[in-house]
Design a protein around this ligand. Structure first.
Ligand code: PAF
Length: 285
């Protein structure tokens, strides 16, 4: 696996792969990779001949109170994981390579609708930063397919909408959330948890499972289900941010007749903000 840091080197390597008739798969990341990322690269390797990953901690998607500088940089370990997962090329630019004109004057991409509410409400500007960097990375790599985790469900919806609305010829593949044995969704942020917090953390997923079970049993009083699940989160030591039941496709608040649902939550455990979601397919009427 080759690691390149400049756009010029990236374009040369991609042009060569294209000249060899290869189909390009792409996995954008911010590094500090875990088994969830590895599964994204493996999926890309199954569907493409030449797999490109990027590691770029994107300042544009961090809020002023979010600790950009503290984000773990673990390049050597990440390179090993990418190689093992079947990655051919790693793009690891620095901030001046990604934003050569500076960030203040950078053209921004705003995806309306799906960026609003949920994490978009708690993290103003976050999805604009994500949509902008992903648009740039897509233009740099020009992949045939790109793989994103369903763990960041709203982000996946933002990217699907972006690609559709801006006519990008890229197939977006959503990859199932990878979980620890006790149900906790794998996330770079799990590394911030103390041993005690890590033991309490699976309660977040259990709160989603409790709602899903009630929905499958026929419950439709969404507000009551949400309040009960948030009480469950509080009991485990979480401070809830949001918990919502939405249409899994449009991401609009669910109505009683919706059959494809997604339950999405964010909650703080100490200083760490964790997110999770669960898809629920209900039988048709
Ligand atoms: O999910 C992430 O790691 C980031 O939001 C992404 C998609 C790499 C954009 O910086």
């Amino acid at each position: 696996m080759n690691t390149v840091t400049t756009l010029r080197e990236l374009r040369t390597a991609i042009a060569q792969a294209r000249a060899e008739g290869k189909r390009i798969g792409f996995v954008p990341t911010m590094g500090n990779l875990h088994a969830g990322h590895v599964s994204l690269v493996q999926i890309a390797a199954q569907r493409a001949d030449f797999v490109v990953a990027s590691i770029f901690v994107n300042p544009l998607q961090f809020g002023p109170s979010e600790d950009l500088d503290k984000y773990p940089r673990t390049l050597a370990a990440d390179q090993e994981k990418l190689l093992g997962a079947g990655c051919h090329l790693l793009f690891h630019p620095d901030v001046s390579e990604m934003y050569p004109q500076g960030m203040a004057s950078q053209t921004r991409v705003m995806v309306q609708g799906v960026s609003e509410g949920l994490c978009g409400a708690s993290r103003p500007g976050h999805f604009e930063g994500v949509a902008t960097v992903v648009t740039k990375l897509f233009n740099m790599v020009q992949p045939d397919i790109a793989v994103f985790g369903e763990k960041d469900y709203q982000q996946l919806a933002v990217i699907r909408t972006l690609v559709r609305d801006l006519d990008m010829p890229i197939q977006i593949v959503g990859a199932p959330t990878q979980r620890a044995e006790d149900g906790l969704a794998l996330s770079s942020r799990n590394g911030y948890l103390s041993a005690e917090q890590r033991a309490a953390a699976p309660a977040l997923y259990r709160s989603l499972q409790a709602i899903a079970e009630e929905l499958r049993r026929g419950a439709r009083d969404y507000q009551r289900l949400i309040e009960a699940a948030q009480a469950q989160q509080r009991q485990a030591g979480f401070v809830p941010d949001y918990l919502e039941i939405r249409n899994a496709i449009s991401l609009r608040p669910a109505v009683i007749d919706d059959r494809h649902l997604v339950i999405l939550t964010a909650a703080h455990l100490g200083k760490t903000r964790l997110i999770d979601n669960l898809l629920v397919e209900l039988p048709g009427q």
